[in-house]
Ligand binder design. Structure first.
Ligand code: ADP
Length: 627
């Protein structure tokens, strides 16, 4: 029969397996068992809508057999099975594992992949030199046999098999100087491995074992008698149903890696029982890093939903609010009907109650981390904070109460993250507003004249480096009755009465000069003003009203919003800067030069706050003329 070739990626993976120096070769059993369990899940799932396909729930199992003499280990399941095409597609190519990036040929990383992730079926080649799979699919009368001795390919041919399901036969490698493969034929080893890795698989993992026959009136010295009986090796209690006190961190981590395909350990685990009108087990994980598609529309939120240990939905979105969409986990409730549909679930009262509990638990956990391990919280917020801020904005502030205590901003006080509560607590009594400044990075914001004007007075400023920040606080309006104020706001309220008086007089005296300048700039600005809050900086652009220049930039970047509402800008000129004297002197003596100065100053102000220069050529010519 013609041998078929593995796809390149699979070949690489196989090669890695066969020549692996990985010490935990034993994980292959876990992988095969978990495939079997998945296959049973699939069959059961399909039988929910077509009862002719399923078995009695108690009949599902994964059975292990060993034959020491022939060095054979078999793992069989009565799950959904695979047809010819599936054998070809699933085992000839790496499916999920293929999405792993195998760029690196680095050995230690290879080990990491195997250890943390598991690599599925192929791992069996770490211990076997020949693998035969006989499988009969739910959808076909004909069974097929897949066979391979490793890298040089595999064969598929029709064969006999009575029942639906899959039997995987491993021909275990001969022992070598360094490696004892024979242990995988020992009952005790298999028991140990099942306990260690697959105890919570919810179908029985069975094996024929020798058991002593108990006799009632046995004489003390009677020869013990043995019989072989089918024994269930696993306790079948899913991890989430176990008592949280009895589950080790390692067990949680391993479960998380395997179930949610994350290399990293979770940042936090929430494991709890919810006892309301009904009982429900909840096991949630907060990841350390946002998945690569998290901030795209491809990302699907949701928790796995089980009813009494049987999965009924892979991603139940209704269990998670959008602002906690990063959470992964399992919810298992005894009271949900097994064949409930997506549509009816949405209206399920029970589910709503559970969703509330889930939300409460996540919030409490995040608050706990915020309180007890700030560094950890900040790292979390760096990854997922944006989503929470966005939720406040997108819900028109309706989610404010749920989230306000959980959001943070970087602040000029020590350049660290701060909550609004912390900011307000630090505020001196005389301070009337919460000040913030927007820009691409903290350093850029620090360079803004307006930021320096405010921090120069000893006032703390929040750095809004994300486009969503300012929109979020605009939605909030205020926090603890303190309004939010952009440092670019025209009406900053950081000057003393005396300073306010002084600048008012300056502006009144220069009324016609300023009007002239405003006229030359047309509708680019709403006004031109002198200011005395700018320290040594000559100019800046401030804004009037609800839209800042930062918001304008965000809005303009949206498709179709190029003509969006513009910020109402005011060109502010430092009255204490020599340039102010120059302007006053030019007014009425050299209008042409005054106009040029005005345009240059305006362009400079635009540059400083990161707005585009409308006419760079004109600016360049004007500067050269003056030179
Ligand atoms: P993974 O399980 O991570 O997807 P595997 O390489 O272990 O990767 O398996 C590839 C695919 O082969 C599985 O996704 C599944 O569709 C199929 N498969 C493997 N083992 C079985 C089995 N015992 N019964 C039915 N299908 C199986």
């Amino acid at each position: 029969m013609r041998k078929k070739q593995f796809k390149t990626q699979s070949k690489k993976m196989l090669d890695m397996m066969i020549n692996s120096i990985y010490t935990h070769k034993e994980i292959f059993l876990r992988e095969l068992i978990s495939n079997g369990s998945d296959a049973i899940d699939k069959r059961h799932f399909r039988s929910l809508t077509d009862t002719s396909l399923g078995l009695d729930l108690s009949a599902y199992k994964i059975h292990i057999e060993t034959d020491k003499e022939n060095r054979i280990l078999t793992v069989s399941d009565n799950g959904c099975g695979m047809g010819e095409k599936e054998l070809e597609e699933n085992l000839g190519t790496i499916a999920k594992s293929g999405s792993l990036d195998f760029k690196s040929e680095n050995e230690s990383e290879e080990i990491d992949i195997i250890g943390q992730f598991g690599v599925g079926f192929y791992s069996a080649f770490m211990v076997a030199d020949r693998i035969t799979i006989v499988s009969k699919s739910l959808d076909s009368e004909q069974a097929f046999k897949w066979e391979s001795e490793g890298v040089d390919g595999y064969t598929i041919e029709p064969c006999e098999k009575e029942d639906v399901g899959t039997t995987i036969t491993l021909h275990i490698k001969e022992d070598t100087e360094n490696e004892n493969y024979s242990v995988f034929l020992e009952e005790s080893k298999i028991r140990e491995l099942v306990k260690k890795y697959s105890d919570y698989i919810r179908y029985p993992i069975t094996m024929m074992t020798e058991q002593r026959v108990e006799k009632e009136d046995e004489a003390e010295d009677a020869e013990p008698e043995f019989e072989t009986v089918e024994t269930t090796l696993n306790s079948m209690v899913p991890l989430w149903k176990r008592d949280a006190k009895e589950v080790s961190e390692e067990e949680y981590n391993r479960f998380y890696h395997e179930k949610f395909y994350d290399f990293e350990d979770p940042l936090a685990v929430i494991h709890t029982k919810f006892e309301g009108t009904s009982n429900c087990n909840i096991l949630l994980f907060i990841p350390k890093k946002a998945p690569f598609d998290y901030y795209t529309k491809d990302f699907e939120k949701g928790l796995q939903l089980y009813s009494s240990g049987v999965m009924i939905m892979e991603k139940c979105a209704d269990l998670l609010p959008d602002y906690f969409s990063f959470v992964k986990g399992v919810v298992d409730s005894a009271d949900l009907s097994l064949n409930i549909s997506r549509e009816t679930l949405q209206h399920d009262h029970q589910l709503k109650v559970i969703a509330k509990a889930v939300e409460r638990k996540i919030k409490a956990e995040l608050k706990k981390i915020l309180r007890n391990d700030r560094e950890k919280y900040d790292a979390f917020f760096e990854q997922f904070g944006r989503q929470m801020k966005y939720a406040i904005y997108a819900s028109y502030g309706m989610q404010k109460d749920a989230l306000i205590d959980l959001i943070e901003f970087k602040s000029s006080a020590e350049k660290k993250y701060t909550t609004l509560e912390e900011y307000v607590t630090r505020m001196p009594e005389s301070q009337t507003a919460i000040y913030y400044a927007g820009g691409k990075t903290v350093d850029k914001i620090d360079m803004l004249p307006q930021t320096q004007a405010v921090t120069g007075k000893g006032i703390e400023v929040l750095y809004f480096t994300e486009d969503v920040d300012e929109f979020t606080v605009t939605m909030l309006g205020n926090y603890k009755e303190k309004p939010f104020k952009n440092v670019s706001d025209n009406d900053l309220d950081i000057s003393t009465e005396e300073e306010k008086e002084q600048i008012k007089k300056e502006n009144d005296d220069a009324k016609s000069l300023l009007a002239f300048m405003k006229e030359k700039l047309g509708d680019k600005v709403a006004e031109v003003q002198f200011t005395n809050t700018l320290d040594s900086h000559p100019v800046c652009l401030s804004t009037e009203g609800g839209i800042s220049t930062e918001m304008q930039k965000v809005l303009e970047a949206q498709p179709g919003m190029e003509q969006a509402i513009k910020a109402k800008t005011v060109l502010e000129i430092n009255v204490n800067h020599p340039v102010a004297e120059k302007l006053k002197a030019l007014y009425g003596t050299d209008d042409v030069k005054l106009e040029a100065y005005t345009k240059i100053l305006y362009s400079q102000a635009c540059l400083i706050c990161g707005l585009p220069i409308e006419n760079p050529t004109e600016l360049s010519n004007l500067v050269c003329e003056l030179m």
